[in-house]
Design a protein around this ligand. Structure first.
Ligand code: TRP
Length: 344
């Protein structure tokens, strides 16, 4: 028996990188767009949200992993992700078909293709020894996607090359064995589907030419989701601007002001263009800062209150339920693949 709902709407799937802490940049650029997408399509599409814990162990692991897995999912729930029978949460390591398909795909993937992956090049550069998991990362990612016939896979721009590789592997496989895999949409089609033309990049508050990063030492440069909302207001009020004296969107000459306009739009789920029009002709940077500070502080208060309400056992319950579904769907696909390889 299968519990998979019969639906012709394409599956949307994403893997949440397990992170100990999120910045406002991660939140507005990745988490919130996925939440909005899921909430828009959850009556028609299957929405698969999983934690790639097998991917996490390519780098040093510590006892925090379990807590971080739970925390990642809480972030999505606190950000407003609606739960319904079409939304599935699971841990990659709890669905063995992922590593099984990864092995089979390894036998059709080429070393040359994997050698060209920029993430692998970046992560291995200058290192004396590199583990095989880092090299093979994209093949496991292809398995994550192909097991579920996922079409839309919202990821950051740094992952587009992996999506292209997934498409190539699926094509190669289908050519040899028949139409077993669904190709995910091209990164360009994915971006159109999400209504973004480029990745969203929230800037460092003090040095707005740079991306906001959790590894920046200066506290005033970054906003973390766990920050106290009152402190956040102060950080925004002290953000670096410029001496142009006009509120307008010009990332090149006025990155600080443009960053604030961008944040204001994303927090309030408004088109950037509308926010730009609202402020056109204004000259008081302090007013804009005040408004953005209020918007972000209010959002964080709501987020943090919801976060505190969710307990670990609720999250674990969601995982267990999702894993029943995921194992069924993934095993059905895996068996087809195994048949093609004369393994069954
Ligand atoms: N590599 C993705 C990232 O770093 C996480 C990930 C793993 C993923 N497997 C995936 C994303 C499958 C989408 C689909 O963000």
């Amino acid at each position: 028996m299968t519990t998979q709902a019969i639906t012709s709407a394409p599956t949307i799937l994403t893997g949440l990188r397990v992170n100990s802490e999120f910045t406002l940049g991660n939140f507005l650029g990745a988490l919130l767009p996925m939440v909005r997408l899921a909430n828009t399509y959850n009556s028609k599409s299957q929405i698969n949200i999983f934690v790639p814990d097998l991917h996490s162990i390519i780098s040093d692991i510590d006892g925090e992993l379990q807590q971080n897995l739970i925390r990642s999912l809480k972030y999505y729930l606190a950000a407003g992700l609606e739960v319904n029978p079409n939304v599935h949460f699971y841990r990659q390591s709890h669905v063995p078909a992922h590593s099984e398909l990864c092995w089979i795909l390894n036998c059709i993937a080429s070393m040359g293709d994997l050698n060209r992956m920029t993430q692998y090049k970046d992560k291995s550069e200058g290192k004396e020894s590199v583990n095989v998991g880092i090299f093979d990362y994209p093949v496991l990612m292809a398995a994550d996607i192909l097991l579920y016939d996922a079409v839309y896979v919202p990821v950051g721009e740094d992952q587009f090359q992996h999506i292209e590789l997934t498409r190539r592997l699926a094509e190669k496989f289908n050519r040899k064995f028949g139409e077993i895999f669904t190709l995910p949409a091209t990164p360009k089609a994915q971006a159109e589907f999400m209504h973004v033309d480029e990745g969203i990049r929230i800037r460092d508050l003090q040095n707005p030419e740079k991306k906001m990063s959790k590894s920046t030492a200066a506290e005033n440069s970054k906003i973390m989701l766990s920050d106290d909302p009152t402190a956040v207001k102060k950080k925004i009020m002290s953000a670096t601007t410029d001496s142009v004296g006009k509120i307008q969107y010009d990332m090149f000459n006025q990155p600080g002001i443009s960053n604030l306009l961008q944040i204001e739009a994303l927090v309030n789920d408004m088109p950037l263009q509308d926010v730009i029009s609202t402020w056109a002709g204004e000259t008081h940077y302090g007013d804009l800062k005040q408004k953005v500070a209020e918007s972000v502080a209010t959002m964080l208060e709501t987020f943090q209150a919801k976060y505190r309400e969710i307990d670990d056992s609720t999250v674990l319950g969601f995982f267990e339920e999702g894993e029943k579904y995921a194992n069924e769907v993934a095993n059905t696909k895996l068996h087809q693949v195994q048949k093609a390889f004369y393994l069954r």
